[in-house]
Design a protein around this ligand. Structure first.
Ligand code: R5P
Length: 290
């Protein structure tokens, strides 16, 4: 009898079977601790490895932006289609139901309004506050080549230090000043600097030659939507970006200023998560609108 029990025990312990350890799905993030990986898995979808971030933090420097006048009425209904929300702590506390259970990306720098020099930002949140609000990531604006370049880089590195201490990711947002040429050379420079200085992931703009930007950046990149464009153009930009190595989009105006934001975000998801072509996603958009 004793012998038979030993055999059963050996079977349960799977002696001789190597311990399984799933590789983490995000580029450049394998070395991170469990907590930060868990938070990242609440921003990026582990199945596609990509994200549709719904960005509506614009009010932190430009007040009630068109489409964001009533976040409670116009944005909250879209939250179910987003992989994560990018917003300020004021809007999170006042307008987002705490039952929202995906990652929160908190705007963590600010200061000047559109009436002033925008690049002169400071860190605008403490790490304790980010933890209290259950942030998955903190977003910091970085102005490479701007008047306050060094200050914005210091904001990034301070937040990276604080975030790494507690397992919260840092999203570096490359802001392109009016005096900068928005081309692959500049975007490669800006994104690579952010990654080198510790950003967990980087948000930037889609430009021709984008595959060289993603190739040269050792952490995930998501693209900003930018100004409102015709829907097919915005879907094409998202498609080109993910096909050229982006890990998703952080899209605001092209969703919340669309004539049917709920349909548009679902069409964007089709491109990002299902590799749908822009035309397939546009057809879905028309169908949902109908
Ligand atoms: C801009 O500074 C904000 O951080 C926005 O979140 C970002 O630009 C993405 O929004 P949009 O797609 O409207 O450009």
């Amino acid at each position: 009898m004793a012998d038979a029990e030993d055999i059963q025990d050996a079977a349960r312990f799977h002696v001789g079977v190597a311990h399984r350890s799933e590789p983490f799905f995000l580029k450049g993030c394998e070395h991170l601790d469990w907590g930060i990986k868990n938070r990242l898995a609440n921003i990026f979808d582990p199945t596609s490895g990509r994200t549709v971030m719904l960005a509506f933090d614009h009010g932190y420097f430009q007040g009630p932006t068109s489409g964001l006048e009533r976040i409670d009425l116009d944005i909250v209904p879209l939250a179910r289609y987003a992989d994560t929300l990018m917003l300020t702590r004021g809007i999170l506390r006042t307008s987002i139901p705490p039952s929202y259970n995906r990652g929160i990306v908190l705007r963590a720098t600010g200061g000047p309004s559109i009436l002033k020099e925008l690049s002169n930002e400071e860190i605008a949140i403490s790490i304790e506050e980010a933890i209290r609000l259950n942030a998955a990531a903190m977003a910091v604006q970085v102005y490479i080549g701007g008047e306050y370049e060094t200050k914005s880089i210091h904001n990034l590195t301070r937040l990276v230090d604080a975030g790494n201490r507690y397992g919260i990711a840092t999203l570096a947002v490359t802001a392109v000043g009016r005096e900068m040429t928005r081309d692959a050379r500049y975007i490669r420079l800006a994104t690579r600097i952010c990654a080198e200085l510790g950003a967990t992931y980087v948000k930037t703009y889609y430009v021709p030659g984008f595959e060289t930007v993603t190739a040269a950046c050792p952490v995930p990149i998501v693209i900003a939507g930018g100004k409102k464009q015709p829907e097919l153009d915005a879907l094409t930009m998202a498609y080109n970006a993910v096909q050229q190595g982006a890990s998703g989009v952080d899209m605001g105006r092209n969703i919340f200023q669309a004539d049917n934001p709920a349909a548009m975000i679902q069409a964007v998801r089709k491109v990002v998560h299902d590799n749908a072509t822009p035309q397939e996603a546009f057809d879905l958009l028309q169908q949902l609108k109908g």
